[in-house]
Design a protein around this ligand. Sequence first.
Ligand SMILES: [Zn+2]
Ligand SMILES: [Zn+2]
Length: 298
Amino acid sequence: MDVNIVMLGTAGSSPTKERSMPSIAIKYEGDLILFDCGESAQLQMLRYGVNFSKLKAIFISHAHGDHVIGVAGLVRTLGMNRRTEPLKIFIPKGYESVIKMLLSFDRALLEYSIEVIGVGSSGVVYKGNGYSIKSFKLKHSIPAYGYVFKEDDRRRFIVSKTAKLGIKGEMHSSIQKNGSLVIGKKTVKLEDVTSLVKGKKIAYAADTRPSSDTVKAAGDADLLIHESSYAEEDVELAKERMHSTAFEAATVAKKAKVKRLVLTHISARYSNVKKLEDDAKKAFKESRVASDGDNIIV
Ligand SMILES: [Zn+2]
Ligand SMILES: [Zn+2]
């Protein structure tokens, strides 16, 4: 199935006229999730036609203001839209109180429940309908996690094989459920009559130095969205502030053998981002700098 990604905000640290604070919408089979929720995430959702009511969960990479402040406005708008469905918000463990403050500072009456979940290790943190979200450690100035959207793998019947063995009708669901099926005196295994269709994979590495954890988590992904705060000439600043250059992000993409790299979290100091894109392409050709509103289909 298609995974539809909308880059709601592609700035880092402070906004520009063209770039909003970090937030990414992922739409899959009627579900909506957000990776980070910077200031004006809700406005960007309206602007780019992302339907609030489908929102299932928000995954915050870390508690720096540029990635989290948008939660305050969004949850209130959802309340005013008479939401009843519960919402889950993930944030690195120890920072749950940041979200709770954003929810409660004005005693807003929210008539739906919000569950705040601390992420303290790498692994599956959320299971959706046909997909899962995994967290992985980033290397930043405060505890931070990246997230991987992974569509479930599927098995597709090979018609020539099923026809030959006389598998028809309900026998399909039976073999799918049990992993095998007895036909006459023969046991047919699911693997014998199906091929594996690998699910789509999208990895998001927010504020971080380049790291082997990201390489591992993003391995063979269809898309890696990696922060790229600086151009290579400012690599010392990137090291000092625990961010990445475009070239470093592209090196991660190359090592992880991803199909495509999209650079985000662009510092306001670069009015012309061509330099960042050129830097990245030196290490990994399929690199591109995101703009707000970009719609990427994987
Ligand atoms: Zn940031
Ligand atoms: Zn940060």
